[in-house]
Ligand binder design. Structure first.
Ligand code: NDP
Length: 434
């Protein structure tokens, strides 16, 4: 704590991992001898930089840029960029720390990193966003590369931003290095299913958790928070798997649509027009209502997929979910459940899939994008989705079996943390004291 004052979210993420890896540490004294825990909690490198840019009226703005290169034992640093006014160093460190474990769980050769800025893209024109991205990359380019560090999107960074960032990287370096960023558009090196991957992957993971309990999505009401990239594609896949999503949200409130969310309308409002979720309720009509400023978790459901941001399910929300009959929670977002909320859900016997397992489909498909870029290949949608499904089934099995092996059956948090920690620790041991 004294070494990293004020980094509340980072402390929370580290504590959650350390609380569950005890049995693995006991079983492997060689990890303790090599001070793996101490090393894994310390980023290999942290970069903080100034991002000056000019808005459409000619006014100058100064934002702060971050890239935390956390751990490269398994491969190049890999993780998204977040553009949101709430971003602080501690936010990026918590996300980077989580990313190390998540990437290890995928079984693919990727290390962990994360970055971003306190820039707020909301209400900014395309040209302003482009100027910001160009200024951000003018510093970031020297730290990244296909073999070094490969950023992608996160909150506030979608295909528009990745396009501008890639354009500036290409311009500065005079290299068409497709593998330097993932989440690219399909016509310049992007991969099929990358846009859908985190949401689809989360739905696949929850389907596996339900299967392990002898259940399925069939006929179940589902609530998804957020209405961004992860939320939209979770909703799409849940509908395909037989569930019905009856509510979703943004930071202004939520829509309750008992007949099931109309996905075409949601995409039109959020992806094309970039409007608020209230516009959806207005246009949908019928029984759909917009509820301002309240928590989406008050809507009863069998499955909850928090897909907006960190700490969005607190103890009271978790109690409301349990009361409403919730049997499974899949974290589409990173660390969306507070420690007290997670305790309530686990004690009530809810199948609880932590983000580093349930939302790993995005980064896994990013690694597939890198693979396609390296071989100048492009796979079909069906093949890419099949790969994603296999990866998510594999992650579920790894978490489930590890929890069982360590005497904590059904505890996906412990299973995910121990399995991921062991994979990174083994690689760190093999690479020596670096
Ligand atoms: P988007 O920017 O596409 O969407 C974010 C959504 O969450 C929006 O609806 C936004 O509402 C809402 N939201 C964001 N911040 C807050 C907040 N502080 N309070 C309430 N609502 C908020 O981001 P993504 O869908 O890409 O990311 C969502 C989550 O998933 C994040 O935790 C991210 O780290 C995680 N994730 C994303 C991956 C990806 O591939 N994109 C991969 C793995 C995890 P509003 O528009 O009103 O701000």
């Amino acid at each position: 704590l004294a070494r990293n004052p004020g980094e509340r979210e980072f402390h929370q993420a580290v504590r959650e991992v350390l609380e569950s890896i005890g049995p693995a540490v006991d079983k492997h004294p060689e990890y303790a001898d090599a001070k793996i825990v101490e090393r894994i909690c310390e980023p290999e490198r942290q970069i903080i930089f100034r991002v000056p840019w000019e808005d459409d009226r000619g006014a100058i703005h100064i934002n702060r840029g971050f890239r935390v290169e956390f751990n490269s034992a398994l491969g190049p640093y890999k993780g998204g960029l977040r553009f949101h006014p709430s971003v602080l160093l501690g936010t990026v460190k918590f996300l980077g720390f989580e990313q190390v474990f998540k990437n290890a769980l995928t079984g693919l050769p990727i290390g962990g990193g994360k970055g971003g800025s306190d820039f707020d893209p909301k209400g900014r024109s395309d040209r302003e966003v482009m100027r910001f991205c160009q200024s951000f990359m003018t510093e970031l380019y020297r730290h990244i590369g296909e073999y070094t560090d490969v950023p992608a999107g996160d909150i506030g960074v979608g295909s528009r931003e990745i396009g501008y960032l890639f354009g500036q990287y290409k311009r500065i370096t005079n290299r068409y290095e497709s593998g330097v960023l993932t989440g690219k558009g399909l016509n310049y090196g992007g991969a099929q299913v990358r846009r859908e991957a985190t949401g689809y992957g989360c739905a696949f993971f929850v389907e596996e958790m339900l299967r392990a309990r002898g259940e399925s999505f069939d006929g179940k009401d589902v609530v998804v928070s957020g209405s961004g990239n992860v939320a939209i594609y979770s909703i799409e896949k849940v509908h395909q798997l037989g569930g019905r999503v009856v509510a979703c949200s943004d930071s202004s409130g939520f829509v309750h649509d008992p007949k099931g969310i109309d996905l075409d309308l949601l995409k039109e409002v959020k992806e094309v027009r970039r409007e608020r979720i209230s516009a959806y309720a207005g246009e949908r009509g019928g029984d759909a209502t917009f509820v301002s400023g309240r928590s989406v978790w008050e809507v009863p459901c069998a499955v909850a997929l928090p897909s907006a941001t960190q700490n969005e399910i607190d103890e009271a929300d978790a109690l409301a979910l349990v009361k409403g009959g919730c049997v499974a929670v899949g974290e589409g977002a990173n660390m969306p459940t507070t420690p007290a909320g997670a305790r309530v859900l686990q004690e009530a016997g809810v199948a609880f899939g932590p983000g580093k397992a349930a939302n790993a489909g995005g980064v896994a498909t990013s690694a597939l994008e890198m693979q396609q870029n390296a071989s100048r290949d492009s796979w079909s949608f069906a093949h890419s989705e099949e790969r994603l499904r296999d990866i998510m089934t594999g992650i579920h099995a790894r978490c489930f079996e590890t929890a069982q092996e360590y005497g904590m059956p059904g505890n996906y948090v412990a299973g995910a943390n121990i399995a991921a920690y062991a994979r990174v620790a083994e690689a760190m041991l093999a690479l020596g004291l670096v």
